[in-house]
Design a binder for this molecule. Structure first.
Ligand code: PBG
Length: 327
């Protein structure tokens, strides 16, 4: 009796054949490196839960930016840690706020680096929430006014892209109108469209000092159990004029990355968030996983799922491995 079956191994039988049928490759052009600028320090401060990632004072920032640019990374996303917080997060929309100063300085030295500004209030409000709070509630429409102010002030400072992560409804429409009125018709919006209320943001909240002081974010960020809602969020942001969509976190939400990819033609960003980074770092520090292989497999998986761009704390590592021929 002759067995009939498919010999998949034929295409795996040599390194050359494997290279010919290789489908997905992560390149430097796919990477966005997050950068934390801190108004409360001068030099550099390591973030304990994110080994290898630092907060930079305005004075030490350009050294880090030079490293990023020299590695051939094209884009960064900037987060600020202000030296004062208040009810309305005023440092977030202050033309002399930490992020605005950082962006001006970066663009003056590296005009071709794409600088993305995160538009949120949680690092700047005394409540640690992403909007204005009254009677224990995060107000949607009142918060939009501030979110627009932040976007315009970041654009004035030279931000190339505004990335709202505050999860208020209508922020894309409001920011688009605000940017256009202020003359920034060509500044794109990279919307954190599908942002889950996730425990994977833990290390970021230490890094950026933006943990909510009461309650959690489930009144405005999404329930990780929901898939159809992700499509509604992506669709409304697209209708409102978003230029990029985003899914965040990435690893536990790759089905959503694929769903959004299939539902929209916009460039899609996946955010490989702080907790995903910390887990890989912790396990590899213990010798439990091979960091280099895990990172490649993870980022390749995110791209294979349909992301065009990946925000990742591993961006510098990846770029330098590509340079060394070790990717
Ligand atoms: C601000 C913001 C957060 C992250 C990006 N922008 C934190 C949050 O929503 O609580 C998380 C990024 C990460 O974990 O790497 N809202």
């Amino acid at each position: 009796m002759t067995l009939t079956f498919t010999r998949h191994r034929r295409l795996r039988s040599s390194a050359a054949l494997r290279a010919l049928v290789h489908e997905t490759e992560v390149t430097k052009d796919d990477l966005i490196m997050p950068v934390f600028v801190d108004a409360t320090i001068d030099g550099t401060e390591p973030i304990p839960s994110m080994p290898g990632i630092n907060r930079y004072g305005i004075g030490s920032l350009l050294t880090e930016i030079k490293t990023i640019v020299d590695l051939g990374i094209r884009a960064i996303i900037v987060f600020g840690i202000p030296d004062h917080k208040d009810d309305v997060g005023s440092d977030a929309w202050n033309d002399d706020g930490i992020v605005q100063r950082a962006i001006r300085r970066i663009k003056a030295s590296y005009p071709n680096l794409v600088v993305i500004a995160d538009d949120c209030m949680c690092e700047y409000t005394s409540t640690g929430h992403c909007g204005i709070v009254r009677d224990g509630e995060v107000l949607n429409d009142e918060s939009l006014d501030y979110i627009v102010r932040i976007a315009v002030s970041q654009a004035k400072a030279g931000a190339d892209i505004i990335a709202p992560s505050n999860a208020m409804d209508g922020y894309v429409a409001a920011i688009r109108e605000g940017l256009d009125k202020a003359g920034f018709i060509n500044v794109p919006i990279m919307s954190y469209s599908v942002k889950y209320a996730s425990s994977f943001y833990g290390p970021f909240r230490d890094a950026a000092d933006g943990a909510p002081q009461f309650g959690d974010r489930s009144g405005y960020q999404m329930d990780p159990a929901n898939r159809l809602e992700a499509l509604r969020e992506a669709a409304s942001d697209e209708r409102e004029g978003a230029d990029f969509l985003m899914v965040k976190p990435a690893m536990a939400f790759l089905d959503i990355v694929r769903d959004v990819r299939n539902a929209s033609d916009l460039p899609l960003v996946a955010y490989n968030v702080s907790g995903e980074y910390a887990m890989v770092k912790a396990a590899s520090a213990n010798g439990w996983v091979d960091e280099r292989r895990i990172v490649k497999e993870t980022l390749t998986g995110i791209k294979r799922a349909g992301a065009n761009l990946i925000i990742t704390y591993f961006a510098k590592d990846v770029a330098s491995r590509i340079d060394r021929g070790e990717w």
